[in-house]
Design a protein around this ligand. Structure first.
Ligand code: GTP
Ligand code: SPV
Ligand code: MN
Length: 597
């Protein structure tokens, strides 16, 4: 073996132990260099893991296709493995560490024969920041290595940091035989370990992302008194140069990426706003010495949803993914560029679909349904620095100060466009009772609500009752806590059409939120919180009927009473673990809805 690039005994021993289990032909340490990246790209093209794209139009871009049954996170195969089942809580799948290691060891055994094992030292957050956490991922997938090089800080600097402090998350991944019946995504928070086997899909295998930065990090965050959240972070700059930052949690595919890099709408141009994107998916937040909450984005790249991305919905993303981007499961056009449903320009006449089959415009399947060119969860992996609105504070070790926290979801009815919580405790209740509704797209299921507290239901690495308690406790130790708001861009009229134009226009709502943070604007007190006076949302440049605005802001007492039934049964599953404060908020809301307050 060549000279090892580290003296860290713990790391060397662990790599040896895992290689005895997986039996790779070779062990290759990833140094993060351009030369090594080039070589991996060349090899990926040779093996077919990467499909070449037109380098003139899309420099540094490649296409990858996953197995047909490996296109999204598999929540039913994702487990929290704590010694005590109770510590995983009623909303997580649980396995005992002993049983989980034993079962997965069977799948990992000899799984890397005939392949290389890559050792990827990576840092979530700027290397050396008090916020940051180091992980080392072992994988037999070049696709994983090349994605991790975009999504995280990889290589030499991380190894040097590990010489000073040998805490790191041990991440083991093997594609094995990509068999869904032998697939497991296992988290061992008590051992700071992640084992993922049998998948090649992003959220299952880029272990720095959901596995480390949310499931393991949320567990560490409670112990170390900080937050690891499924939130975007963005800055809003006024012409006087002052930037205010917000963090917002929406469930998967509910608009975080779009909001994080919005372009101010025409009608607000005169106000001279500028938007800065810090992150689109994950926020790590701490209370700083000034008593306020500060946040970093631990990632370095976007792993975003392709369908629907175009120059109207998200012009900044269209710019971002023109170079150095890995496309997964999109349509390949004859000219070597890519396409997806809802992309710019004409629908191509033909191409190769996400499954590698010839595709023609207007093609129907056996049931008469359109055959999609790109998978609905097709994605792109692109560096944040490519984004025209990338924040200049991405590398700052202490992050950015957060003025407001926003919770959102898709609700066709019920929740108003925007609403401010009465105080921190009430805000935690609002986050804990969040839901997202299936819309008219799912015939027969309209109105069905899935509870997704703080958009963390698939990502909280421990008992969610303790997670709520943690949120309540953090509020008590934060002298300058951000205000908490809820938003809903998805309220519809009786014909099922969105009442709110959304996308860039959402800035109008953020403006009200920031004004509320500075006590510059009044509000109406409703049973669920403070909502805007109808003329306090700046509508310059868009024509929205007054009654549409009234509908958007409406709080229907009867509907909210119905909603509380769902909240109650959600809360009941936590039994006596649920913090008393949340039941208290529940009772008070119940009373406010009944009285005429
Ligand atoms: P994950 O990466 O899965 O965590 O998703 P995300 O929360 O970042 O979602 P994303 O921004 O990719 O948006 C998903 C879908 O929501 C896309 O189809 C968007 O077109 C749609 N969307 C985003 N913002 C708005 C909005 O303001 N209004 C409406 N009507 N749709 C929106
Ligand atoms: C999500 O599902 O919330 C994502 C994509 O951001 S994945 O990384 O696959 O989890
Ligand atoms: Mn996400």
């Amino acid at each position: 073996m060549t000279k090892l690039p580290t003296h860290n005994k713990k790391l060397i021993e662990w790599v040896e132990k895992m290689s005895r289990l997986c039996r790779p032909d070779k062990i290759i340490w990833i140094d993060g260099s351009e030369t090594q990246k080039r070589q991996l790209e060349e090899e990926s093209l040779a093996t077919g893991e990467f499909i070449p794209l037109n380098q003139q139009n899309l420099p540094g871009c490649y296409l990858h296709r996953t197995a047909v049954d490996d296109v999204a996170r598999t929540e039913h195969l994702t487990f929290i493995c704590t010694k005590n089942k109770h510590d995983a809580g009623p909303t997580n799948n649980w396995m005992s560490p002993l049983a989980a290691y034993r079962k997965a060891r069977g799948y990992f055994k000899d799984a890397m024969r005939g392949r290389n094992m890559y050792v990827i030292p990576f840092s979530m957050g700027p290397v050396g920041s008090a916020f940051s956490k180091i992980g080392v991922e072992l994988t037999d997938s070049r696709y994983v290595v090349l994605n991790m090089m975009v999504m995280t800080r990889v290589g030499e600097a991380v190894l040097r940091q590990l010489e000073k402090d040998d805490h790191f998350t041990k991440c083991l991944h093997s594609k094995a035989d990509l068999n869904i019946n032998r697939r497991l995504i296992l988290h061992f928070p008590e051992d700071n370990t992640i084992w993922s086997v049998g998948s090649g899909y992003g959220g299952n295998v880029l272990l720095g992302k959901k596995c480390l930065s949310l499931r393991i990090a949320s567990f560490l965050a409670r112990k170390e008194r900080w937050f690891a959240e499924h939130m975007l972070i963005m800055g809003i700059e006024k012409p006087n140069g002052r930037v205010q930052y917000i963090a917002a949690a929406f469930p998967s595919a509910c608009g975080k990426t779009n909001l994080a890099m919005l372009v101010p709408p025409e009608g607000l141009k005169r106000k001279g706003y500028r938007i800065w994107t810090v992150g689109d998916d994950i926020a790590w937040m701490r209370v700083d010495t000034d008593g306020s909450l500060w946040a970093i984005n631990p990632e370095m790249g976007f792993f975003g949803v392709a369908p629907g991305t175009n120059s109207k919905t998200n012009p900044n993303m269209v710019e971002t993914i023109k170079k150095d981007t890995i496309y997964t499961n999109v349509l390949l056009k004859p000219d070597g560029t890519v396409w997806w449903e809802g992309a710019d320009g004409e629908i191509p006449e033909n191409g190769i679909d996400w499954q590698g089959r010839p595709w023609k415009r207007g093609m129907l399947d056996a049931n008469g349904k359109p055959v999609l060119g790109a998978h609905p969860n097709s994605r792109f992996t692109a560096p944040i620095v490519n984004c025209p609105s990338a924040s200049f504070r991405l590398e700052q070790h202490h992050g950015v100060p957060i003025s407001a926290i926003i919770f959102g979801g898709k609700r066709a009815h019920l929740t108003p466009l925007v609403c401010e919580s009465f105080n921190w405790q009430h805000g935690v209740f609002v986050g804990a009772t969040m839901g997202s509704e299936l819309t008219a797209a799912q015939v027969g299921k309209i109105g069905q609500v899935r509870r997704d507290p703080m958009a963390m239901i698939p990502f909280c690495g421990y008992n969610m009752a303790s997670y709520f308690r943690h949120w309540l406790e953090m509020g008590r130790k934060m002298p300058k806590a951000p205000k908490i708001f809820s938003v809903n861009w998805f309220r519809t009229d009786k014909n099922g059409r969105f009442l709110w134009p959304g996308f860039g226009e959402n800035l109008r709502v953020l403006e009200w939120i920031l004004d509320r943070c500075e006590n510059k604007v009044g509000a109406i007190k409703t049973p669920i919180g403070y909502t805007p006076n109808i003329y306090d949302i700046d509508m310059t440049g868009i024509s929205l009927q007054e009654e549409a605005m009234a509908r958007l802001l409406e709080v229907n007492r009867h509907d909210w009473q119905e909603e509380l039934k769902g909240v109650r049964s959600f809360f009941l599953q936590f039994k006596k673990d649920l913090p008393e404060e949340l039941w208290q908020e529940y009772e008070e809301l119940h009373a406010r809805l009944k009285s005429n307050e």
